[in-house]
Design a protein around this ligand. Structure first.
Ligand code: BTN
Length: 254
């Protein structure tokens, strides 16, 4: 890790935490994946694992999540959602919380349904949900201070970082504390009333609306995010379908 990055060690982060998310706080300088530090444990809801560098970082769809040591925010949060609620909706809850945390440090962020967070058309953050036995481990990766040369190339959506998009590098510990505060607030609202209280904020950041896309073999023009979190798609024959999950490919992206 380069000297310019202050580590996200407990002595730095714990004094900044305001709520129950982040307790306990597990930190490793390096690990395979923060997801594995929480999976299969008996830790309580709100436990968080953070690292400076992952050797086997995971993305959605079996892809790898690359990082430059100390330049990202790499964290996982353990959640125990009520069984009556669709756990996949947490992708939207977490995506919104990431967008709002980024916005506290700078400007309006976009959400590429279901949970990629974009600044200036480039992906700066992603969310990975891994569920088993009533537990959801919600992994979040935010590219913070990467230079162009430190970002992965050939990704479906061009990768960016907060620094490249805004010209400023937020303090990672403050960003993490902000993210955990907002995520806890949004998660609690979702537990009480589902996606309804979050829907307007999600839709306001929906960058896909009006784009030609392909999702799971279905082609059309993306529309609004429906109140239940599904993406509206108007097919070429004029019929409308609602898509529950999948990777969205924008057809006009080069
Ligand atoms: C994606 O957009 O594909 C999701 C990326 C999720 C990356 C984060 S980094 C912290 C956590 N640990 C992992 O191995 N993956 C998630």
């Amino acid at each position: 890790m380069s000297d310019q990055h202050e580590p996200l060690s407990p002595d730095v982060v714990e004094p900044l935490l305001e709520g129950r998310f982040g307790r306990p706080y597990v930190w490793r300088e390096t690990c395979e994946s923060t997801q594995d530090l929480l999976r299969g444990t008996r830790l309580p809801e709100g436990a968080v694992a953070v690292t400076e560098h992952q050797t086997e970082g995971r993305g959605r769809g079996g892809r790898r999540w690359e990082d430059a040591a100390g330049a990202s925010l790499l964290c996982s949060i353990l959640l125990r959602p009520p069984t009556a609620l669709p756990a996949q909706e947490l992708a939207l809850v977490a995506g919104l919380a990431v967008a709002e945390a980024v916005e506290e440090h700078r400007e309006t962020a976009g959400i590429k349904w279901p949970n990629d967070v974009l600044l200036a058309g480039r992906k700066v953050a992603g969310v990975l949900l891994e569920a088993s036995e009533g537990v959801v481990v919600c992994g979040i990766g935010i590219n913070v201070s990467q230079e162009e040369s430190e970002l992965p190339v050939g990704t479906r959506v061009p990768a960016g970082s907060l620094r490249l998009a805004t010209g400023r590098t937020p303090d990672r510990a403050t960003l993490l504390a902000t993210l955990l505060r907002i995520l806890e607030h949004r998660y609690d609202a979702w537990r009480r009333a589902g996606l309804a209280p979050l829907h307007d904020e999600l839709e306001a950041r929906n960058v896909l609306r009006g784009s030609r896309v392909e999702v799971g073999g279905v082609r059309g023009v993306a529309g609004r995010i429906a109140p239940d979190g599904r993406l509206t798609l108007v097919r070429d024959d004029g019929t409308t379908v609602l898509v529950a999950s999948g990777d969205v490919v924008e057809e006009n992206r080069s």
